[in-house]
Design a binder for this molecule. Structure first.
Ligand SMILES: [Ca+2]
Length: 312
């Protein structure tokens, strides 16, 4: 090949390369223009497509999955019975007794009273209301519920987290203990202490270690039932009067369900309702003769009542 031919070929090759380089940007440009043209449609399509399905799909799947595990194990609620009462007997009660705990045992009442500086533990004659034996709590304490299991009498205090175990006959302190909640009411089912703290919770305690061994939340058809105060375990149920009301809840202690409401309005006559009479608070039960006793803070009387279901 001659040099002139070589130069011609080289010029041709260079020309082709230069023409190629010149056209490449324009060849790429339409592609970028195309994608640029698609930009407005793509986001529109991407927002339109994924967003709406998300909310519609999520509820469509979530409720289908969620309720079934809740509904399946939910036990059928026991029927709820409402009770009124008849008064069988009336006994005198110490008007200075700010009743916080009441039990019947071996022919007498045991009563714990409250208020700071005035709290006591006492034995009371049922028929006369006279105080047979009494000790004062330390002046700084506000006494609360009491119960007797075996030879041991347990007494709670309100906010101090301090409880006492006494010899039920002598009122000698056997043991002092502490607990993390407020103390309101206390009773027992023969093997466990059952206590309330003003919430919707009933706590089960080991009577020897005084440690919690279980709890249930109390509820009825409307939801949690709070302010459970003085307690009494009666034939497999826990009776709890609800603070600042004249009603007693009958509670299944295994499930926490309220199976009955006892309406006790009208126990005190207008003549009884003089200052400083306070709220109903005090449930005691004589299992031997099936007698149910009710009183309240500074009430002048203890009432023995019979329950009567209200017809619906
Ligand atoms: Ca009681």
């Amino acid at each position: 090949m001659q040099p002139s031919t070589k130069k011609l070929l080289l010029a041709l090759v260079l020309g082709v390369v230069m023409v190629g380089l010149f056209f490449v940007p324009f060849a790429a440009a339409p592609a970028s223009d195309k994608s640029a043209a698609e930009v407005p449609t793509q986001p529109a399509a991407s927002t339109a497509t994924p967003v709406p399905p998300t909310p519609t799909q999520t509820p469509a799947t979530t409720p289908a999955a969620a309720p079934s595990p809740r509904l399946t194990p939910a036990p059928a609620l026991q029927p709820l019975t409402v009770y009124t009462y008849t008064v069988v007997n009336t006994f005198p009660h110490d008007r200075n007794g700010f009743t916080q705990g009441l039990i019947y045992l071996d022919g007498i009442f045991y009563e714990g009273t409250g208020l700071t500086g005035r709290s006591t533990l006492r034995k009371v004659d049922v028929e006369t209301g006279s105080v047979l034996q009494m000790i004062n709590l330390p002046a700084e304490l506000f006494g609360e519920g009491i119960t007797v299991l075996g030879n041991r009498l347990y007494q709670l205090t309100w906010k101090a987290g301090r409880g006492f175990v006494y010899n039920k006959d002598t009122f000698e302190i056997i043991q002092e203990f502490s607990y993390p909640t407020e103390g309101w009411g206390i009773t027992h089912d023969g093997r466990r202490l059952i206590m309330s703290d003003g919430s919707d919770t009933l706590y089960f305690w080991d009577p020897d270690t005084l440690q919690e061994i279980g709890r249930v939340h109390v509820f009825d058809q409307r939801g949690p039932v709070v302010r459970l105060n003085e307690l009494e375990y009666i034939n497999g149920e826990v009776f709890a009067n609800v603070w600042q009301t004249s009603t007693i809840a009958r509670i299944n202690p295994e499930t926490g369900q309220v199976t009955g409401w006892i309406l006790l309005d009208g126990l005190l006559t207008p003549a009884d309702l003089t200052e400083p009479v306070d709220v109903l608070n005090g449930i005691a039960y004589d299992a031997a003769t099936d007698r149910l006793f009710i009183t309240g803070k500074f009430w002048p009387k203890v009432f023995e009542i019979k329950l009567a279901p209200l017809t619906r």
